[in-house]
Design a protein around this ligand. Sequence first.
Ligand SMILES: NC(=O)c1ccc[n+]([C@@H]2O[C@H](COP(=O)([O-])OP(=O)(O)OC[C@H]3O[C@@H](n4cnc5c(N)ncnc54)[C@H](O)[C@@H]3O)[C@@H](O)[C@H]2O)c1
Ligand SMILES: O=C(O)C(=O)C[C@]1(C(=O)O)C=C[C@@H](O)C=C1
Length: 375
Amino acid sequence: MHPFNNIVIIGVGLIGGSIALSLKKAGYRGKIIGCDLSQEALEEAKALGVIDMGYSSLKDAVQGADLVIVATPVGYYSGIFKEIAPFLPKNVIVTDVGSVKGYVEKAASKDLPQDIQFIGGHPMAGSEKGGIKAATPFLYENAYYFLTPNSNTKEDTINKLKTFVEILGAYPVIVEPQQHDKIVALISHIPHLAAVLLANMLDRQNSISYIPFVGGGFRDTTRIAAGNPHMWKDIFFLNQTEVLEGIEALEDMLEEFKHLLKTQGYKGVLETLEKAKLIRDSIPHTYRDYIPPLYDLIIDVEDRPGILGELTQIIGNHKINIKEIEILHERQGEKGAVRIGLASKEEQEKAFYILREGGFPLTYRKGEIEDVGNK
Ligand SMILES: NC(=O)c1ccc[n+]([C@@H]2O[C@H](COP(=O)([O-])OP(=O)(O)OC[C@H]3O[C@@H](n4cnc5c(N)ncnc54)[C@H](O)[C@@H]3O)[C@@H](O)[C@H]2O)c1
Ligand SMILES: O=C(O)C(=O)C[C@]1(C(=O)O)C=C[C@@H](O)C=C1
């Protein structure tokens, strides 16, 4: 049974809109009310069927809610908490989706009434694109979703939010707000800063004219630099301590690398590169510990239009659900490769034979070939 019947989403953009779409996809039958400063976002959300009703007044929106999700840029939270505080129904649960949690926890305990249940939240899924038009019902599938209860959060509230997160297709992970901020500084905030600085280097070196030549490397390492500057400004300042620590660690590593390079430290440079490769290669497709493992197949395919459609159709015809699909970016000669992740060993075996006999003879179980890039 769904734990909520009347969900209010404040900020109907990428993250808020995607929550609403995921709920609808999962068959949620209650009401979804959107509240946004932007009339255009509300109109768009209604037209797309994302929300059932839209309000620009926070007071009107939250009346009757049993779950309020704050999904605006984090800098607005304190003002929003203060404004909704007098109008929140007694049994409502308030949560958020913000990329920092220590600050949000403090703001909630200061600005929300003491008897209102609050639990912080943060889905580890997103995009460099913002706004309701970028929202998708699949954003949270197989993503981690941090939940940060405080000492006042009841067990029942935690359980309801866990269920809610699972309905979105994500995996709830309970952490302390400070622990959360340490983790995301290293896996999200410092990487974002690095991407921003890499992008800006083209300008710094007065080499804007290099832009037409960028290949996959520059694109892959800087994609997130195209994210919303206002949102990211809030994130950096509201996770200032952890981000400053990360910057210092980055400075030390750059100094060390600079020294190795200046002093012909071949061994050290190689070790740095090898360590990074090990770490990068170890990022689980299978999200061990929290997410059930996936059973992968690697398929060598011809590089031509329509090939992906043919592959997925064969599998779909046999009612096998592809949990993950990835194009492996190795394009030497005429071949490319695709990785598909399946939910069970049985499905992997079935798909293996179906594909091999169905026009994809170069299908392998993961591990049968070491690494497509090294063949
Ligand atoms: N973008 C990501 O990748 C990502 C991922 C996880 C979490 N988050 C967090 O989610 C939140 C929203 O990010 P997003 O990417 O959906 O942004 P977005 O710009 O796509 O959407 C934000 C929406 O909030 C509305 N808004 C702004 N101020 C408001 C206010 N005071 N009252 C009501 N509505 C207001 C905007 O009009 C917009 O429609 C942020 O706190 C961000 O830290 C973002
Ligand atoms: O752009 C993406 O792909 C993201 O998922 C964005 C990303 C991330 O760093 O992973 C960015 C900030 C959010 O707080 C969560 C997710």
